[in-house]
Design a protein around this ligand. Sequence first.
Ligand code: PLP
Length: 401
Amino acid sequence: MPGTELFGKEEKKEINDVLETGILFRYNHDAQRNNIWKAREFENEVKKLLGAKYAHAVSSGSTAVACALAAAGIGAGDEVIVPPFTFIASIEAVLFAGALPVFAEIDETLCLSAKGIKAAITPKTKAVLLVQMCGGMAQMDEILKLCKEHNITLVEDAGQAFGASYKGTSVGLMGKTGCYSFDFFKIATCGEGGVMVTNDEQVYKNADCYSDHGHSHVGNNRGMEPHPILGFNFRMGELSAAIGLAQTRKVSFILQKNREYKKILTDVLSKVPGISFSTLPDPAGDSATFLNMFLPDTQAAKRTVDEFNRAGVGGFNYWYSNMYHFINQWDHIKELKVAAKLPIHLLGTPQDYKNLQLPKSQEVIGRLISFGIRCTWTEEEVKSLANQIKTCVEKASAVPA
Ligand SMILES: *Cc1c(COP(=O)(O)O)cnc(C)c1O
């Protein structure tokens, strides 16, 4: 999965270009920088890979979500429909935007379902923050139709689905804004970084200003630039961008390897009774960063996890008990524990977070185990892993319930 596996001379070359000039800042200093513009080049590489009209690099995937929400006009008091299964940054971004998260059900795609979204819509619903989880994608046709019918803004957190697509369109570009993470664990990394994308020029301009204290980035005198809107500092530096640039150039190769290795795994495991896989509405668009495997139920999944641990099989996630990816462990959100008061404390929660019932999501995540696919595996290693998984699942299902 992660681009860090392939960190090498290409990244060092790009970093060195920046070190030669010492211009670590992405804007201005035209005379000293010897025409080295890594953040711009990184954004262009992302645009080319995804087919996006606009891409804007920022300091992290989390700030990219914040940027995507703000640029799409989502703010104080707006209800935003969110999934209970995501990296927690998605929910934090909504809260810190001053908006109100409304949790809805996911389905076997591991993403929000149209049915789940529909049941969560209220007159105050402004947006859906659709998280494209675990390298795959949601049922986009139904969700796009629903958003259109109800005049709801679609924002995509494709934090872990960079390179995935749905019927030829990159995920992240299905709605008004989208974003990706380039943290250390993602398919391409900057060390820390993120990118926000859109096909709308005005929305892009908002993101550009918002992420740099409102700077318009017009002209050569930074101190005298107009500031059309208020913003903050979510800027990406040139060193991070240099790494992201080299990494993005490797994504096509990583996708190809991921898909190859995932196919070897699924070919073996699809024949094992009790194993099924997450739904991929467009299998060809899967970024294949994860093999997402379902066991028949939560108990069977837990027994399987125990078997993996006993056999020393690593490299998997059991999200159901993960502190950062599933709502069951998010007590700080349920109790709105914060360092300082947020709009939600004044406006009131749109749902009783402590007593939320999301049976479908519980059932789906309870039986899900995900293996991270590594693009540097050898074919032998993949085949051996497939057999280890098979053996453990068979052992776990032999135990009487
Ligand atoms: C990783 C991730 C983020 C946050 O990205 P950072 O770069 O770690 O801030 C946001 N959303 C999703 C879905 C992620 O997987």
